[in-house]
Design a protein around this ligand. Sequence first.
Ligand code: COA
Length: 205
Amino acid sequence: MAEGIPITRVEVPMSRINAIRSAVREVTHLGIMPDASRLATLDDAPPLLALLSDPAVHAPIYTLPRPLTEASVSAFIEDHLAERQAGEGLLFVRGEGASILGYSDIQVWPQWAAGELGGALHPSLHHQGKGARGAAESFAWMFEALHLDLICETASHENKPTQRMLDGLGFTRRGEVESTRPDGTTRASLVWEMTRADWFRLHPA
Ligand SMILES: CC(C)(COP(=O)(O)OP(=O)(O)OC[C@H]1O[C@@H](n2cnc3c(N)ncnc32)[C@H](O)[C@@H]1OP(=O)(O)O)[C@@H](O)C(=O)NCCC(=O)NCCS
């Protein structure tokens, strides 16, 4: 849980809130490409646990269950299926055979037309530009398919790849908040934001 985000909170009318919730309930893939990530199901718990168990994957992410077990990862997936029904969250995975090579965790605040993207790639795929490319496609999709006005992102002080990625994509730094992990421990999180207008100005289609 991240208290204090998004920093920018502009209430939107009920018609917009309803449209956002409906969009979240209806999507099945993150993006429109044939290889787009798909919604996670309970069957994904064992391969998702295998991906998340590597500290290079889980250490920077405050939203993951602790400890990581098949039961806690199943509960994490189940929570996201419930969030999807509420129109407030989505969990996607990208697989190859029986393995999961990446996941994306989207939190939506319909009342502010705002969202947050978290996730990770398998360490064998790090530092090849795939994270920044995938994140850029995902941000564009969140603005368009989920009808968001604002994306708010966080990263720890140590998470240089994510910091470089967000700065590089033109996000604006918005200070620092305290994030609480599911086990109650906390960490400082740097915060970035991007509006829909700024995104499409900086990244024209
Ligand atoms: C965050 C993550 C998806 C980035 O993916 P990636 O494919 O490794 O990143 P990219 O290759 O696209 O690089 C993004 C930027 O980080 C930089 N970078 C990558 N690895 C780095 C490292 N180990 N140290 C410092 N900078 C690094 C790249 O140079 C690039 O910056 P630049 O464009 O200014 O050169 C990936 O590192 C990951 O899964 N990490 C674990 C989970 C995580 O931190 N998730 C994000 C928080 S929710």
